[in-house]
Design a protein around this ligand. Structure first.
Ligand code: PMP
Length: 404
């Protein structure tokens, strides 16, 4: 049975005060909080296993290697990849996207087309623009509508035999919209295009099955799913990872080095140059264990309940507008108070101990579409409560009174 009060005891930070008030943490889409089971794994690693991996003959190195590779298996199982070597450790979503974008430099030519969506985070726009500059490929954009959904008819029309790549986030960080990636993947494959899905915002709420989705690449960051910062994973289909050239050169990623010619290591090491974030990888595995221990269905059902409660409550405030009103949403509420800058609302909420994000959320094209400078974003996680939403409601009312 899911009992939020018990879950909250796992998160030490949730009992601290901010500005003299109990912390209400609603900035989960920026980064999630860390349960003690995950923190303990980090402490245990540095207390008992810290060593460099893969090359060491000594016991400590072998134990650290085993823990790191076990984490890769955990990630493989979680995302249901066919092979563990299809899981590449990265420093996060941004790194995974850049690795793929860089690899495609040698596979694209002038006139090829890349499709992204209007709902993207900057990290899923800028690397593709840079790729277009390098190759002469063209960037096309799937438009959005007022509800914050992608317009699928327009997507169908953008697809052609020139389309080589399609990049869409599974869930929008600014609005919470869950995009119809199954449809996008199927249609893109019909014209022979590869698909990369940015799972930074879906992975804390949804357990994707990469084989069932038949997706070519899927990228996530551990810090959005109760894990540490500085680590993430890129899933790539074996055939694609074999085709792409290495991203960075260095130790670990080679088979043999001479001054005449270097040969590269097999997957996954070909893409893992240098000493990796060993502790981060191991702790990422512990974070997956923690979330799977609760269960993603349980998490999604509870968060949906929170989303409905918060939406209904906030809409009682006159002049409050919510952006992103799709039926298919994770627990993100992006809103503004009429005539009031989101930054000012965020500052007052902070004084009340409530952590929300304000601004464009690294998704400026969405803000341009709505003709607003930004929003206040409350992003809810499974350790939040309805009582915290009541605190937010009172806080927003107070901010409105003070700023009107
Ligand atoms: N894509 C989306 C949709 C995101 O929300 C984020 C993080 N805000 C990123 C990419 C980038 O993730 P990271 O900064 O962990 O690399």
């Amino acid at each position: 049975m899911f009992k939020v009060e018990d879950i909250r005891k796992d998160f030490p930070i949730l009992s601290r005060k901010v500005n003299g008030k109990p912390l209400v943490y609603f900035d989960n889409a920026a980064t999630s909080q860390t349960p003690k089971q995950v923190i303990d794994t980090m402490v245990d690693y540095y207390s008992n296993f810290n060593a460099n991996i893969h090359r060491g003959v000594h016991t400590l190195s072998q134990e650290a290697t085993d823990l790191y590779e076990q984490a890769r298996y955990k990630i493989q199982a979680h995302f249901n990849a066919k092979f563990s070597h299809e899981i590449i450790f990265t420093s996060g979503t941004t790194h995974g996207i850049n690795l793929v974008a860089n690899g495609f430099s040698s596979l694209l030519k002038k006139g090829d087309e890349i499709i992204v969506s209007a709902l993207e985070h900057h990290s899923n726009i800028v690397p593709w623009q840079m790729l277009c500059e390098r190759t002469g490929a063209l960037l096309k954009v799937i438009p959005m509508n007022q509800e914050g959904e992608l317009v699928m008819d327009a997507f169908d029309k953008l697809l052609s035999e020139n389309t080589k790549l399609v990049f869409v986030n599974h869930v929008s960080n600014a609005l919470g919209t869950v995009n119809p990636i199954e449809y996008i993947i199927e249609k893109a494959h019909q014209v022979g295009a590869a698909v990369l899905i940015d799972g930074a915002q879906s992975s804390p709420h949804i357990k994707p099955d990469v084989q069932k989705l038949d997706v070519d690449f899927y990228v996530v960051s551990a810090h959005k799913m109760c894990g540490p910062t500085g680590v993430g994973m890129l899933y790539g289909k074996e055939e694609w990872l074999k085709k792409l050239p290495p991203y960075q050169g260095g130790g670990e990623m080679i088979a043999e080095v001479t001054f005449e010619k270097t040969t590269y290591a097999d997957l996954p090491h070909k893409f893992e140059a240098g000493t990796p974030n060993i502790a981060g990888g191991i702790v990422f595995g512990a974070a997956l264990d923690y979330m799977n221990g609760i269960g993603f269905d349980t998490i999604a059902a509870y968060e949906h309940e929170l989303l409905e409660y918060a939406t209904e409550k906030l809409l009682q405030i006159d002049g409050l507008k919510i952006y992103g009103t799709s039926e298919h949403k994770t627990s993100v509420i992006s809103f503004n108070l009429e005539g009031i800058h989101p930054y000012d609302v965020g500052t007052i909420l902070d004084k009340l101990g409530i952590a929300v994000r304000t601004g464009h959320h690294c998704a400026q094209p969405i803000m341009d579409y709505y003709k607003i400078p930004g929003t206040v974003r409350a992003s809810l996680a499974f350790y939040n409560t309805k009582a915290e939403i009541d605190t937010l409601f009172e806080g927003v009312k107070k901010a409105k009174m003070m700023l009107s």
